[in-house]
Design a protein around this ligand. Structure first.
Ligand code: G3I
Length: 328
């Protein structure tokens, strides 16, 4: 096992980040993203999701995903690409959804075929380009039972098997991950649910290479380093690798020094725990520039969760992580 392979940042297509404060910020933003001394890996935050990649049945479009996939060559030193997310209940194309917009009524057979075609089509298109794929994202509820998504309601856990099977066939070299949030603490029902889910897939003869902890964390109530180490130890018994796939640490606004110090500690704990875990291959921040974060949209009153403020000055967490890397 290689140990830590990358520290990276997710990014989006320019059309998706119109919340940016001024157009010239794009140039500054792009320069940071491209700098191989900052990030050695990237993930498209949105562009490979079903909504964009298969907007009509069997009609694929990779424009959004390709924009980010091409960023791996920026800056002259190739970054790793993590690919995200082949099957997710969110950001589905309207034709898939069962919410009244649906143009089809799904049966077991027709949905199984759609999942298979989608995973084969998308993972197949990116074959050879993805270090890893989040094959299924967020299949569990907070209590660790299966989320009652369209996929689960129609197919039961069969959809997970179909997705992992199709992904393995479409790109034998990509590491196949199960990815979820709220699974960073060792004793939780959801963490137990992840282990159950992965064991179920492996018992069915399917390849699961990794578990992705999204790690959307809170500055003032975050897991301890020990929690993180213990959680990863449990996952490492089942899979070859683990990763922090969508790290951000939100703050209740307004920002002050105390909160930024707590945030810094949290980022440092993640770095230390990952470096000390042999199977932890990498850390990805879910974008790096505060104005492009999803957090304020979903949690009003929270923000400043990333590493660069709106004026492009750096959070204390940035230097904090550099120190931690150097000390280990
Ligand atoms: O497409 C429009 C764009 O035209 C417009 O300019 C922009 C203005 O705000 O909105 C755009 O759509 C938004 C899109 O992000 C791009 O910013 C959607 O309304 C918004 O719902 C969408 O949110 C994304 C979210 O997933 C959807 O659930 C976030 O960017 C993305 O960061 C987030 O990522 C998820 C992971 O995939 C899975 N784990 C949780 C994580 C955070 O929610």
């Amino acid at each position: 096992q290689a140990g830590l392979l990358y520290f990276g940042a997710a990014t989006d297509t320019p059309g998706q980040r119109e919340r940016a404060p001024y157009p010239q910020s794009y140039a500054q933003y792009d320069a940071i993203l491209a700098d191989p001394d900052e990030f050695g890996q990237t993930t498209p935050t949105n562009g490979q999701k079903w909504l964009f990649t298969e907007p009509s049945p069997g009609v694929f479009n990779f424009t959004q995903g390709d924009y980010v996939a091409e960023r791996v060559a920026d800056g002259g030193k190739k970054k790793l690409l993590r690919c995200h997310a082949a099957v997710w209940h969110n950001q589905l194309a309207p034709w898939v959804m069962m919410d009244g917009n649906a143009t089809v009524t799904w049966t077991k057979e027709s949905l199984a075929e759609a999942v298979q075609r989608h995973v084969s089509g998308v993972v197949g298109y990116y074959k050879g380009k993805c270090y890893a794929w989040d094959v299924v994202n967020e299949a569990l509820d907070e209590d660790g039972t299966y989320r009652r998504s369209l996929f689960y309601e129609v197919l039961g856990e069969e959809y997970l098997k179909l997705a992992f099977g199709a992904a393995a066939e479409a790109d034998p070299a990509a590491k196949l991950y199960y990815n979820d949030y709220g699974i960073e603490r060792p004793g939780s029902n959801k963490t137990a649910g992840v282990k159950r889910l992965v064991r179920m897939l492996k018992d069915a003869g399917l390849r699961v290479d990794g578990i992705g902890m999204q790690a959307h964390l809170h500055a003032d109530n975050h897991p301890s380093k020990d929690d993180l180490l213990q959680t990863m130890k449990g996952y490492a018994e089942l899979v070859d690798e683990v990763a922090f796939t969508e790290l951000d640490v939100r703050i209740r606004l307004p920002v002050d020094e105390t909160k930024l110090a707590m945030q810094k500690e949290c980022y440092q704990k993640v770095v230390a725990a990952c470096v000390e875990t042999e199977k932890c291959v990498g850390i990805t921040v879910w974008d790096f520039y505060d104005p492009f974060s999803w957090v304020p949209d979903v949690f009003p009153g929270y923000g400043a969760s990333l590493l660069w403020f709106e004026d492009f000055s750096k959070h204390p967490a940035y230097d904090g992580m550099v120190e931690t890397f150097k000390s280990l």
